[in-house]
Design a protein around this ligand. Sequence first.
Ligand code: CA
Length: 543
Amino acid sequence: MKYANIVKPNPATVRQTAPLDERQVKNDAGGFVYSVGKWGQLDRFLILGAEGGTFYVKQDKHVKRNYTCLKECLKEDGLRTVARIVDVSVRGLAPKQDHAIFALAVAAASDELPTRTAALAAVNEVCRTASTFFAFLEELKSFRSLTGRAIRRVVKQWYDAREVDQVAFQAVKYRSRSGWSHADALRVGHPSPNGDMQRSALYRWIVDDVWPSEAEQPRIVEGYLAASKASSSQDIVRLITDYKLPREAVPTQFLGSANVWSALLPHMPLTALVRNLGNMTKSGLLSPGSEATQAVLSKLDDESYIKKSRVHPIQVLVAMKTYQSGRGLKGDGTWNPVSSIVASLDDAFYKAFANVAPTGKRFLIGLDVSGSMAGGYGASLPGGLSPCEAVAAMSMVWAATEPTCEVMGFADRFVQLGFNRKMSLSEAMRKAQMNNFGRTDCALPMLYAAEQKQQYDVFIVMTDNETYFGSVHPKVALADYRKKYVSDARQIVLATSATNFSIADPTDPLALDIAGFSADVPQVISAFIGGPSSVPASVSDED
Ligand code: CA
């Protein structure tokens, strides 16, 4: 036995490698922290995913842990689990949809009938494109047979719920994805054309590649078929304009032409636009001051358009990093980035969040720049973005808008990052990445504030919660700071990995844990620090 465990020594003498209380759990770095519970971890999984594992845990183990957590949530409250999946998807909270789609597939294979039914009823809402719908079917097939009546009905309904023109558009834009084609899906669902000759013809075309001559072709099919036979880029340009063809309907050999991109631009969705800026610059369409550049800038500067498009801030960030680098993530294409486009992407990052407005509180943001935040081990963040770079950009949301906001880095000691409110996102990312090494002590932001004798209302700590190095627990450092300086100082943890660890004590009503890259982070934080202290948004409700 250990007498000290019973008599509970002074918390200020407990190192992070020993538990502070009986509620703490050991993180993967060997330190003791709190658990966010299954619901907190589910949120993290839906938003951050488990792809690539973490610095400490290989992908397989990390995915299996999250799968176990998902199963536990489904077992405890299947309907709540499905509701959260739908919420994350419909509000566009996650940088990638894959995790929510996987979770929905697991829910759709639940042993519980009400859960299964709710999950299947949500498919149409979550899988808004054929691409996500096919991804769902592909995941689902690993968990249950697709031959049953319930699945047939879901597939049938996905097609029935769409007008003929919409189905035709999906068929043209997403010919096949995730190993599925529309023909495969139609064979599962057997949707009936319900006496509609055009719909019947469309299904026949999808399955047999033959358009029955008696039925009128939807415009998009007519345009697509003409485009597939086009022999010159003039023809393609005319077809794109006449039929509003998506990029996917344009044969690859024409995609190097500036005129082709110029024709695509007016009706190109924002997510496609930010992804194709490099291609459009390479083709010569986007150059400093060109008409097309003006058109792109007016889209990127339109805040309500950005919000309506549901493009995720992290997607904008990846697009900016890629575009600015002058070379594509895949392949060897290079271009000269147009600086006004880079600047507009920088602004668009802020506009893509649900709500960025100053609260007037005094902020200290602590960025975990320890070795485990360097990236390279995981792919959960798109575009090769490291957690360190992503949190640097996140911190600018407050650094650029709040009148009082200091950003400091920490590993096993303080790191002066030299952030300022006028700095560009890429500069912030570069400064953080440059200082990215060392062991981890998540108590440092609070210790730093106390050492500086500065008054802060809000601590935002962005970290993977793998703290172990410090001689005092973050909770003790926070309590000490509150005692000496600001008695109701809030602590918000933005988690960067889908573990169940948090330095935030879930029983502390002034502390909050959030999945770090959710699109509603500024909104949730604003509500938490502006409103009454007892509103724990999305924090775990377990003890
Ligand atoms: Ca670390």
